[in-house]
Write a protein that binds this ligand. Structure first.
Ligand SMILES: NC(=O)c1ccc[n+]([C@@H]2O[C@H](COP(=O)([O-])OP(=O)(O)OC[C@H]3O[C@@H](n4cnc5c(N)ncnc54)[C@H](OP(=O)(O)O)[C@@H]3O)[C@@H](O)[C@H]2O)c1
Length: 331
C-alpha cells in the first residue's frame, strides 16, 4: 500500500494505519510503584477519555496504543469500551511485561518469561474485549536480548495461533530492537522520537529491516504543546512532578525544565507556520523525519484529540523547515 500523508503501513506486516495513532497511557489514570512513585498522569475523567477516543475515530484515526499496565488495566478496559462496535475498523497495539495489581493500582515488577507473555495476552484480550491484538509489544525496554529472542519466538507462535497479527519491542536500544527484527512478523519498533529527542540509529534500523517507527512521547510529554511553564508543580500523582531518570524535560515539583522551554521557544515560529498549532508542528516534524514514522501522542480531552488529529491534514514540514530546525538546534 502506498504511503501518503494520511496513512502509514506497519512495516512488513502490510497492516494499514492512520499516520497518527493515539497513545492511551494518560487515560489510564492514577497508578504507582509499591514505594509510591507515580506512574500515571494524575486524575482523568473517564467519560471525557471515551468521548476523545470516539472523536478520534470520527476524525479518521485508526491506530491506538495502550499497555496492560497503564492504570493497571484501566486504559485497556476504557479503550475496549470506547471502541465498541468499531473494534474491527481499528488497529490496536498493546504491551506486556509489567506485573501489577488492578485492585491497589500498584505496579510491582516485571516478568520476561514466555509463560507470563501468554497469561498477559489472555488478560489483555479480556480487558480489550477482543479476540486478537494487532501489534503486541514487549514493554521491558532493557530486557536481556537472549531472553527476548525466546519471547520473539513465542510471539511467532501466537501469530500462527491467530491471537496476534504482528509484534514489536518498545525500546530505545537499536541492538535490542534488531533482535526482534529477526522475526518474520516483527512489524515495528516503538521508541521515543520528538523534535528535541532524535533517534537516527533506530530510524536507520527501521529502514533497513522494513519496520514501522512508532513514536512515543512525540510531544515531549506535553512540553511541545507550549502550555507548560517552569516553577509550577504538577498534580502530585503526575509522573512529570516526580520524574524518574529516564524522563528529562521536567524537574521535581517545579514543572518544566527552563533549558527545554528555551529550545521550544526557539522553534516556535517554524512549528507554528502554515497555520499549525505548536503541537501540530511537532507532529509535522516527525512525519518529515521519515516516511516510516507514526507518532502516537497522548491525550486527555476531546479538545486535545481534535487538535492532534487535525495535524494529519496539514502534513509534514518542508525540507527547508527541517533544515531550519537543525540549524536552530545546532545539529
Ligand atoms: N515505554 C513505552 O512503551 C512508552 C513510554 C511512554 C509513552 N508510550 C506511549 O506513547 C504515548 C505518547 O507518549 P507520552 O504520553 O509519553 O507523551 P506525549 O504524547 O509526548 O504527550 C502527551 C501529553 O501531552 C498533553 N497533550 C497532548 N495533546 C495536547 C494538545 N493538543 N494540547 C495540549 N496538551 C496536549 C497531554 O497531557 P497534559 O494535558 O497532562 O499536559 C498528554 O497526555 C503514550 O500515551 C503511550 O501510549 C509508551
Amino acid at each position: 500500500m502506498e504511503t501518503t500523508e494520511h496513512n502509514r503501513t506497519l512495516g512488513r506486516s502490510g497492516i494499514e494505519v492512520s499516520a497518527l495513532g493515539f497513545g492511551c497511557w494518560a487515560i489510564g489514570g492514577e497508578w504507582q510503584t509499591a514505594d509510591g512513585q507515580p506512574l500515571g498522569w494524575g486524575k482523568v475523567d473517564d467519560e471525557e477519555s471515551v468521548r476523545a477516543i470516539q472523536r478520534a475515530l470520527d476524525l479518521g484515526v485508526t491506530f491506538f496504543d495502550t499497555a496492560d499496565a497503564y492504570g493497571t488495566g484501566h486504559s485497556e478496559r476504557l479503550l475496549g469500551r470506547a471502541l465498541g462496535k468499531h473494534r474491527s475498523d481499528v488497529v490496536i497495539a498493546t504491551k506486556w511485561g509489567n506485573l501489577f495489581d488492578e485492585r491497589t493500582r500498584v505496579c510491582d515488577g516485571q516478568d520476561d518469561s514466555p509463560e507470563h507473555l501468554r497469561r498477559a495476552l489472555t488478560a489483555s484480550l479480556r480487558r480489550l474485549n477482543t479476540d486478537h491484538v494487532d501489534l503486541y509489544q514487549l514493554h521491558i525496554s532493557d530486557a536481556d536480548p537472549e531472553r527476548a529472542a525466546e519471547l520473539r519466538d513465542t510471539c511467532e507462535e501466537l501469530v500462527a495461533e491467530g491471537l496476534i497479527r504482528a509484534y514489536a519491542w518498545s525500546t530505545d536500544d537499536p541492538a535490542r530492537a534488531a533482535v526482534f527484527a529477526q522475526g518474520p512478523h516483527c512489524a515495528a519498533v516503538q521508541h521515543r522520537l520528538n523534535i528535541l529527542q532524535d533517534a537516527p540509529e533506530i530510524l536507520a534500523l527501521c529502514a533497513e529491516s522494513d519496520l514501522a517507527s512508532v513514536n512515543r512521547s512525540p510531544l515531549a510529554m506535553g512540553l511541545l504543546t507550549g502550555k507548560h511553564t517552569t516553577g509550577r508543580a504538577l498534580d502530585h500523582a503526575d509522573i512529570r512532578n516526580a520524574p524518574p531518570a529516564w524522563l528529562p524535560g521536567f524537574l521535581a515539583n517545579t514543572g518544566a525544565d527552563p533549558a527545554w522551554l528555551q529550545r521550544v521557544d526557539a522553534l516556535r515560529s517554524i512549528l507554528t507556520s502554515d497555520g499549525r498549532t505548536l503541537a501540530q508542528g511537532a507532529l509535522a516534524w516527525i512525519w518529515a523525519r521519515s516516511p516510516r514514522t507514526i507518532p502516537i501522542p497522548g491525550f486527555r480531552t476531546v479538545a486535545q484529540a481534535e487538535e492532534n488529529a487535525g495535524a494529519i491534514a496539514k502534513g509534514p514540514l518542508t525540507a527547508g523547515q527541517m533544515a531550519d530546525v537543525d540549524r536552530i538546534l545546532e545539529r
